[in-house]
Design a protein around this ligand. Structure first.
Ligand SMILES: C[S@@+](CC[C@H](N)C(=O)[O-])C[C@H]1O[C@@H](n2cnc3c(N)ncnc32)[C@H](O)[C@@H]1O
Length: 336
C-alpha cells in the first residue's frame, strides 16, 4: 500500500490529499451535527469524483485514438515493407531463373562442344591409323621406324608427302628440320630416284637422324647437314635462321619441305625460308609447308604468295601441311 502511494505523481497525490481532507471534513461536520455542511461537502466530493471520472474517460478516449493512429502507421509500414520484400523476392526469383537458364544453355553448349571434340578426335585418330597402314603397306623398313606425330609429321601428312614424291619425282628434295620424315622420304626417293638434303640447327638431332639413315641403309640417298641458326635480315627484321653456307652448293631444288626451325626459336621462325631459298629452287618446284594451320605460318604463307611471283597454294591438303606450287616467272618471260 505504502509503496503504491509512493509511486503517485504530484498531481495524483494532490487530488488524493484533497479527497481525504474533504472526506474528513464531511465526517467532522456530520459528527458535530452540522448536517447541511456535511451534505454540501459530500456534494462537492461527488461532483469532484464525477469530474475526475469524466477527465479519465476523456484521456482514455485520447489514448485509444492515439493507439489507433499508431496501429494505422505500423500497418502502413508493414504493408510497404511486405511489398518491397515481395518485389525483391520476385526479382531474385527472376534473376535466378535467368541465371539457371543461362547455365543450362552453357552446359548444353559445352556438352555439344565436347561431344563434337571427341567426335573430331576419333575421326582424326581413325585417319592417322588409316594413313599408318598405308605407309607401312607401301614400304617395308629395314629397321624400326622412328615415331611420327608430335615433333614429327603426322602419318596423314607423311602419306601425302610420299605421294607427292612418288608422283612428281623430284630430283633434289631439300628438307628444313630433320627427323622421322627424313627416313620416310629417303625410302620413297630410293625407290623412284632423287636425293634428299636435310638441314638441322641442332647438332644432337642431326646426329640422331644420320644414325637412323645409316640404320635403314639410306645414306646413299639422304644426308643431314648441320646448319646452326644465324641472324638473317629481312624487311628490316632479324630472324634466327639456318646458316646459308649449308646450301651454297645446292641448285635446282624441285621439292622443298619446310618443317623448321621449330616454333620456339622465335616469332615467324619459318618466314625466311621462301625469301632466302627462292634462288635455290628449280624453275618448277613443289613446296610443302608443315604446320600451316598455325598463326605465324599462315601469315608467312600469305606474305609469300603476295610477294613471290609464280608461287601459288594448291588445293586443300590433308593434315596440317599446305602444298604450294612454284613456277619461276622471270625465266618463263625471258624464254617467251
Ligand atoms: C618439326 S621438327 C622436324 C621434324 C621432321 N621434319 C619430322 O617430321 O620428323 C623440327 C626440329 O625438331 C628437332 N627434332 C628432331 N627429332 C626430334 C625428336 N625426336 N624430338 C624432339 N625434337 C626433335 C630437330 O632439331 C628438328 O630440326
Amino acid at each position: 500500500m505504502m509503496s503504491r502511494l509512493r509511486k503517485l505523481n504530484r498531481r495524483q497525490a494532490t487530488v488524493l490529499a484533497a479527497a481525504a481532507v474533504l472526506g474528513l471534513a464531511v465526517v467532522g461536520s456530520a459528527l458535530t451535527g452540522q448536517l447541511g455542511l456535511a451534505l454540501g461537502l459530500l456534494g462537492i466530493f461527488l461532483a469532484g469524483t464525477v469530474a475526475g471520472l469524466l477527465f479519465v474517460l476523456h484521456r482514455l478516449a485520447q489514448l485509444f485514438a492515439l493507439q489507433r493512429t499508431h496501429q494505422r502507421d505500423v500497418r502502413k509500414v508493414l504493408d510497404h515493407t511486405q511489398r518491397r520484400l515481395l518485389g525483391a523476392v520476385e526479382e531474385m526469383l527472376l534473376t535466378a531463373g535467368d541465371r539457371h537458364r543461362e547455365i543450362t544453355d552453357k552446359l548444353a553448349a559445352q556438352q555439344r562442344g565436347s561431344a563434337n571434340g571427341v567426335d573430331r578426335l576419333l575421326r582424326a585418330q581413325t585417319a592417322e591409323v588409316e594413313a599408318l597402314f598405308q605407309l607401312f603397306d607401301g614400304f617395308t623398313p629395314r629397321a624400326p621406324m622412328p615415331s611420327s606425330g608430335g615433333f614429327a609429321l603426322n602419318p596423314t601428312d607423311l602419306l601425302d608427302v610420299l605421294h607427292l614424291v612418288q608422283t612428281r619425282r623430284p630430283k633434289l628434295v631439300l628438307e628444313l628440320g630433320s627427323g622421322t620424315s627424313t627416313v620416310w622420304i629417303a625410302y620413297a626417293l630410293q625407290r623412284c630416284g632423287g636425293r634428299l638434303v636435310s638441314l638441322d640447327h641442332d647438332p644432337g638431332y642431326a646426329e640422331k637422324t644420320r644414325a637412323m639413315l645409316a640404320a635403314h641403309g639410306l645414306t646413299e640417298v639422304a644426308e643431314v647437314r648441320d646448319a646452326p641458326l644465324r641472324p638473317v635480315l629481312l624487311d628490316g627484321r632479324s630472324f634466327p635462321w639456318y646458316d646459308t653456307d649449308a646450301v651454297t652448293d645446292l641448285d635446282g631444288v624441285d621439292m622443298l619441305l619446310i618443317d623448321g626451325p621449330p616454333e620456339k626459336t622465335g616469332p615467324d621462325a619459318r618466314y625466311p625460308a621462301m625469301r632466302v631459298l627462292e634462288d635455290k629452287l628449280a624453275d618448277a618446284a613443289t613446296v610443302v609447308f608443315d604446320d600451316a594451320h598455325r598463326k605465324d605460318e599462315q601469315q608467312a604463307l600469305r606474305k609469300w604468295v603476295e610477294t613471290i611471283g609464280g608461287l601459288t597454294e594448291e588445293g586443300e591438303a590433308p593434315g596440317r601441311h599446305a602444298v604450294l606450287s612454284y613456277r619461276r616467272v622471270v625465266r618463263q618471260m625471258a624464254a617467251q
